[in-house]
Design a protein around this ligand. Sequence first.
Ligand code: ATR
Length: 301
Amino acid sequence: MSEFRITGKAKLAGVIGYPVTHSLSPVLHNYWLARHGIDGAYVPLSVAPDAFVIAVKGLQAAGFRGANVTIPHKEAAFAIADEVDPMARIAGSVNTLVFREDGSIHGSSTDGFGYVANLEADGIDVSALASRGPALLLGAGGAARSIATSLLEKGFQVIFSNRTAERADGLAKELDAAWRRNFPEGDAPWLSTIAWDEWEEQLGDMALLVNTTSLGMQGGPAPDWAPNLSKASRHLVASDIVYVPQETPFLKAARELGLTTSGGLGMLLHQARPGFKAWFGADTEVDEATVAYIRAALSRR
Ligand code: ATR
């Protein structure tokens, strides 16, 4: 790996969050910058909600090439962008801002892309999976929304199940309306919901199961959470967006049943690739060395 070098011409980007201390993005981007020998830097930017707009304008004025945006700013980032890609428009949130030379701001949502890219990197044929059955998403927050948008794009039927049923119903309705607005000529999306206490019984019909909640997260509300997967078809792909621990109790249970599994760390790494390319001009790979480097960084926390 090249040594870290930075000059007066360095390309600059960062991650805007509040708090931002938990973000792994600075570790990841600076690792890739060093590996590619790029004159650049990526910094954490702690910005309170009422300072978001002024911070973005300031970064633009200071010559930054753009920024990632994390909680609680993803909707504000959507609002500040002059142009957003279709998936971000449907998801209603933006996590990657690119400052263009003409002063305009481009916004995209790369979380869903990262999720799907990680499945593919794990050797899963996503298009084939979509023809095998629906995707069942547990949760109805921002992560569910981004992932559902990308799964719809890949041709999946999407079913939400959430502890608070109204949120799942609301999300399905909103996504349906947003999809039809953005693709008036195309096929209508297939979206529905299942009650939280019924999804385990319905697993036999599903091709893909995604935990988008914080259940199973170390230090979270239910770190030991492991659902009953006994009704799953043997072709079910079980995936989790939680990445601490790297194998959650849910994924362990799925693996022990012989199901194909996909963990959450890869989504985080893959969602970073489009921003890195836009700001620093290089294609990156989420290879074993990258995963090992980030795992080591996580274990030091
Ligand atoms: P994000 O935007 O990151 O997805 P969020 O909006 O806080 O985060 O959503 C968290 C999800 O985890 C929600 O779907 C939440 O369910 P509710 O809508 O019922 O709150 C789900 N969740 C969190 N703790 C849970 C628990 N103990 N049992 C079941 N679901 C839980």
